[in-house]
Design a protein around this ligand. Structure first.
Ligand code: 6CS
Ligand code: FE
Length: 303
């Protein structure tokens, strides 16, 4: 379902409202393509539709992993101190690096491997482009977590993403144990949009990427959602990909173990779902957080 013209930018999911609002049932499909459109089989497609996520071990072969971990360290040490794409932990360590696919050819290659790009195209049922990419380092001892949130709520409110037709692919570069900050999801929560209370502060991303307090559901809503959907933790060896719907409620605990939980986080958006003006923010976020001018690359990949 792709809306043309003015309908395309109609706000179906009002959020950042003045007082608590009822949850809104999702109107879009979750999976837009079918079995013959890519590498996922019918069971995998149904898993994504029903739960909102899919774990695919072996997405990156072992020979990718050490070069990527070294690249991750190089990016962190090479980046200019005042580069806004570098997000640091309160302790000063590296937390995230945005636009890594533009800073590293090796990471740009990951985007187009046959276990990544074709899956995104199949799930979204169209050509795709990178809405946002980041490296999350979640270092040992000092990696602070990510509070519960729906990415789509932020991308809708602050980036102007009109519909739930985007999918995230988080590829583990280190082992994800239950105890080193592995992602937690609420299976099935992708079918409900939870409006959040509180107007978007000016330049919100300068705070929210370290600790998000606006654009997160209140504790009563999260309690109801957790009882309704349960909580699953996604663990697995390096090279495993977690695909999850843009509206999946997720979060991760802090990492006080010696074992880093680093991943490459790629967000694919459908070319049918290009950004409108923000639905609940005065100004769009910077290009490195939300691509507003995706270009066609030589690999016929829109990045
Ligand atoms: O604000 C964002 O776009 C980012 N924030 C989080 C916590 N997850 C999604 C995304 O990377
Ligand atoms: Fe997120």
């Amino acid at each position: 379902m792709s809306l043309d013209g003015a309908d395309r930018c109609h706000d179906h999911y009002p959020t950042r409202v003045a007082q608590a609002a009822e949850p809104i049932a999702r109107i879009e499909p979750v999976v837009w393509g079918s079995e013959q459109d890519g590498p996922l089989d019918d069971h995998e497609l149904r898993t994504v539709a029903d739960t909102g996520y899919l774990v695919r071990p072996g997405t990156l072969e072992p020979n990718w992993l050490q070069p990527l971990r070294e690249e991750l360290q190089h990016l962190g040490s090479r980046a200019a101190q005042d580069d806004p794409r570098i997000i640091r932990e309160p302790s000063g360590g590296l937390r995230s690096v945005f636009e890594p696919h533009r800073l590293s050819d090796l990471i740009a290659e990951v985007v187009t491997v046959d276990t990544v790009l074709p899956v995104a195209r199949q799930l979204l049922g169209s050509e795709v482009y990178i809405h946002q990419a980041r490296l999350n380092l979640m270092p040992g001892f000092r990696g602070s977590g990510f509070y519960w949130h729906s990415d789509f709520e932020t991308w809708h409110a602050e980036d102007g993403m009109p519909s739930m037709r985007a999918v995230s692919c988080s590829i583990a570069l280190t082992e994800n144990y239950p105890y080193n900050g592995a992602l937690m999801v609420m299976p099935g929560s992708h079918q409900t949009f939870y409006p959040c209370v509180g107007a978007t502060p000016h330049n919100h991303h300068e705070a929210s990427l370290v600790r998000q307090e606006i654009g997160v559901p209140d504790e009563a809503t999260l309690t109801t959602a957790a009882h309704r959907h349960g909580i699953e933790q996604v663990t697995g060896p390096a090279g495993t990909a977690l695909w999850f719907d843009s509206n999946m409620m997720h979060g991760s605990a802090s990492n006080i173990t010696p074992f880093p939980r680093s991943n490459i986080f790629l967000v694919f958006n459908s070319v049918e779902n290009r950004l409108c003006e923000p639905f609940a923010s005065a100004a769009p976020r910077p290009e490195y957080l939300a691509a507003r001018t995706p270009q066609l690359a030589e690999s016929s990949f829109v990045s």
